[in-house]
Design a protein around this ligand. Sequence first.
Ligand code: MG
Length: 308
Amino acid sequence: MYDLKFRCYQRPFRQPLITHHGTWKTREGIIIHLRDSQGRNGWGEIAPIPGFGSETLAAAVELCQQFGKTVSDENIAQIPDSYPASQFAFEAAVTSLSIAQPPPQFPVAALLPTGSAALAAWPEAWQQGKRTFKWKIGVDAVEREIKLLQQLLSHLPPTAKLRLDANGGLTPKTAQIWLKRLERTKKVEFLEQPLSPAEFDLMRELQRQYTTPLALDESVTTIAQLQDCYHRGWRGIFIVKIAIAGFPHRLRQFCQKHPLTLVFSSVFETEIARNAAFHLAAELASPDYALGFGTDSWLHPPPFPLKP
Ligand code: MG
């Protein structure tokens, strides 16, 4: 049995995040605190994104309230699969009870603002040591975005890497236009989720046709979906938003049987979930790719000390 406390937070974005899914202005989540019988403290964070198939914040609050002042390993194991952010948070909190050392650090990809604002934004991230950048596409007309890409590529230093993220916002036609254009550059590391999850077969086909690697993200928001796409033949990159993916032990078990190329990615969580994610990344993420965690500058600091 663990003593349980939890607290909700709101963190406004310094500038709203614009993607194909829309505009995001405030990140809301829950910090959970466990204390075990030896007096050790464990921390976890529920950072849901209902648009990516996780539970809502309200549902997660209700779950925590139902647990009351204590929670057991059995209660945690029984968190339903429809609560993947809570599954992650509670397992991570239990794991953290027995982890004393901070997580290892990794290179992270800096998320650039959408549209032409990216052109002015990358130098600061470069000066901070970022060498991989991520830029959202599928928001404006394809011709305008390709023009901007050309400008961005001509400005970026030769050693920079750029990954593109369409958030499922391209059509079969515009995806082909993008991929044909990308054949002429070697600077684009991969293209994330060109088409909606319903177009899985076509994405697998595009992966075969073009040399720019493709990564699935929205298609694989939970570990069950990731397993499904693997069994349906996806051998490209998997973006793992670990904080909304479900119980980490399930991903570990699957990775022990199958060699997967995983790129861990942020859901705009605080350092509580990020630390848990980095511990897991040391075990499971592909060493060839920067982690998609260059997002902290996007948010105002948390409204209270996370570990009082
Ligand atoms: Mg993505």
